[in-house]
Design a protein around this ligand. Sequence first.
Ligand code: TYC
Length: 101
Amino acid sequence: MSNVVVKPIAKTKPKVERPKLHKVILINDDYTPREFVVRVLQGEFKMTEDQAHKVMLTAHQRGACVVAMFTKDVAETKATRATDAGRAKGYPLLFTTEPEE
Ligand code: TYC
């Protein structure tokens, strides 16, 4: 009787890589009202008013600010929705995405 179980030799190292995250970046402009930017950040990125205000101010002062990181699809969807919210009001508000390093 032979009930010895031989474990096959693994040929490939199991590799579990996390998907690359993508930054959503808020770009400053001279026309979109500050309060509108804050409301879009709260609505689309689930920020508190305080967090949203800080991000808006950083973009206003430095030209751009990283809002958050998501998988590629989620980052692109949120950036598009947030940009479209501004466009619907005639504002040039812009959110872009960029892969993490
Ligand atoms: N600079 C705009 C103003 O002075 C406000 C603003 C801030 C717009 C951040 C866009 O990403 C932005 N009304």
